[in-house]
Design a protein around this ligand. Structure first.
Ligand code: ATP
Ligand code: MG
Length: 454
């Protein structure tokens, strides 16, 4: 696509000269004789790059630059300045100008600058598009993942959601079973109907039965009115039976009947009710084992398990950790109004190496607390909770025998800095010295930060 350059200068011959030179290079050009006219043009046209003089009547080049950077961070602005105005040009750079060139203009230099800037701009736009495309592939509903295991789950969810097949979701605590149940319902034709959730483990046996099937007035002491159960509420929608492994045999039989015949009675009721419900169940138990040991009905298991979605623990799909961590970081940075750009290398390694017994839930909580703890632009090791931190923690610093006090001090400071991601405030705190002293010692000993990849 042809790029458009806006040229802003109050000298007509410069405007025309530049327009001609840019046109010869194949760019589309627009011209304005002052900042105000330029602002009007920018409001109405798509512009890829701006070349502007600084000294102009009405709205100056500096004001125009600020106007552009407020609205369109990514439009490169090249400043033209008279020889004597270098200090102003430097100020312009601080406001986000790409570069300044002095009059008389070196046209070749300007053209080269322009070409580079436009190439970078195009790349960054492409990058952004690519990033969005990749992100779209790495999520379904609000479930995020890029590991082969999660991709397989995305496929399964897409396939099973439009059907009425019962789904059994298995996996350890915190792997995202409920999120998957939500996604199945939200991608199904029943999405506008209710998704009713029953947390089976949380209810005592007698309560669970009336919770599920409802009860008639006077069915038992305390049943003062008739109550609709969750099955009735879920009619035409979906029912999510969470922790299905906790249900006793008596209730298992009744659920089996609803699955087979769609029929049930309220507790203490005579009349038979019929419902149309899509079943989704979840458990972190090994139901096969429960069957073997006589605690779970095999027939119910087969009815529920028409489609099985097994979610592996996070430690078996570590590729998902950086993606999840980055997503949660973004979410919690916004929530806490903090500008955190990412994770320092060692913190990233710690997140990756940790086994996450609480799976994604634990990772999410970890990132939330790290964001709260963080005092810099990057999450460092010290911001992480003890679990992940323990994977990386270097417990000792090695100082060779017969070192001088100064040599020992240099090693101690350098290692502590490295350990704390070069966070000088924290390093000074740990070493119990002032920040100023720390800076002096870094200087004195010539301690330098090892290049770490981001
Ligand atoms: N793939 C994922 N993408 C984004 N968030 C996730 C993912 N997996 C889990 N989570 C988040 O982790 C937390 C736990 O997920 P969820 O409640 O679905 O787990 P669960 O398997 O039902 O756990 P439990 O067995 O303890 O009930 C939630 O905050 C959820 O949003
Ligand atoms: Mg759950």
């Amino acid at each position: 696509m042809q790029s458009t350059i806006l040229i802003v200068d109050d000298e007509k011959n410069i405007r025309d000269g530049l327009a001609e030179a840019f046109a010869l290079e194949g760019y589309a050009t627009l011209t304005a004789q002052d900042g105000q006219e330029a602002q009007n043009i920018l409001d109405d046209h798509y512009v890829d790059l701006v070349v502007t003089d600084l000294k102009m009547p009405k709205v100056s080049g500096m004001e125009l630059l600020q106007f552009i950077k407020r609205r369109w961070q990514n439009i490169p602005v090249i400043i033209i300045t008279a020889h004597g105005d270098i200090s102003e040009a430097v100020a312009a750079m601080q406001y986000g100008a790409l570069e300044f060139i002095t009059k008389p203009l070196d046209l070749d230099h300007l053209l080269k600058l322009t070409k580079n800037a436009l190439e970078i701009r195009e790349l960054s736009i492409k990058n952004q598009e690519l990033r969005e495309e990749v992100l779209a592939q790495q999520r379904i509903s609000s479930i995020i993942g890029k590991s082969p295991a999660m991709r397989k789950i995305f496929d399964l969810v897409r396939k099973v959601a439009p059907t009425k097949a019962s789904v059994l979701i298995t996996g350890e605590s915190g792997v995202g079973k409920e999120l998957i149940a939500d996604a199945i319902h939200n991608l199904s034709p029943r999405r506008d109907k209710p998704l009713i959730k029953v947390h089976c483990a949380a209810l005592a046996e007698s309560l669970l039965e009336s919770e599920l099937f409802g009860h008639e007035k006077g069915a038992f002491t305390g049943a003062q009115t008739r109550k609709r159960g969750r099955f009735e509420m879920a009619d035409t929608g979906s029912l999510f039976l969470d922790e299905i492994g906790e249900i006793n045999q008596n209730v298992q039989i009744k659920i089996l009947r609803v699955l087979q015949e769609r029929k049930f009675e309220r507790v203490g009721g005579e009349s038979t009710l019929e419902v149309d419900v899509r079943f989704i169940a979840a458990t972190n138990k090994d139901l096969k084992l429960e069957i073997e040991e006589g605690r779970f009905r095999e027939d119910l298991y087969y009815r529920l398990n028409v489609v099985n979605i097994h979610v592996p623990p996070l430690r078996e799909r570590r590729e998902d950790i950086p993606l999840l961590a980055a997503t949660f970081l973004h979410e919690f940075s916004q929530e806490n109004a903090k500008e955190i750009e990412g994770f320092e290398t060692r913190a990233k390694q710690a997140l990756f190496a940790y086994d996450w017994p609480g799976n994604v839930r634990e990772l999410r909580n970890c990132i939330e607390s790290a964001v709260v703890m963080a005092s810099g632009r990057f999450i460092v090791m010290e911001d992480l909770p003890p679990g992940p931190r323990s994977t990386q923690e270097k417990k000792e610093i090695h100082i060779p025998a017969l070192s001088s006090l100064q040599e020992a001090e240099k090693i101690l400071i350098a290692e502590t800095l490295a350990m704390l991601g070069w966070n000088k405030t924290k390093t000074a705190e740990v070493l119990k010295i002032g920040r100023k002293t720390l800076y002096q010692k870094i200087d004195e000993y010539g301690i330098a930060q090892a290049a770490e990849q981001a």
